[in-house]
Design a binder for this molecule. Sequence first.
Ligand SMILES: [Zn+2]
Length: 91
Amino acid sequence: MAPSRQPATQRAADRRTTGRALQERRLRIWSRDPHCAGCGRLVAMHEFELDHIVALINGGTDTDDNCQVLCVVEPEACHRRKTQADLGRSR
Ligand SMILES: [Zn+2]
């Protein structure tokens, strides 16, 4: 019998996850799919940042489902480009 797990309640979806929780989320998302969502290449743990698929400033939620792996290493550096696009769209 598998123990039933309660889904984590999201009391503070408008607050950005920081610190150890963020590190754990990084590992969790990366383990799920270690490929950059932008260019599709396989990235190592130190070669990506978590990106909010819908940026928080654009109304996205700070949840695993809204997070993806984006590389930060050149030449693609998808996370930097995505961030710039997110900022541009919010204007
Ligand atoms: Zn990439």
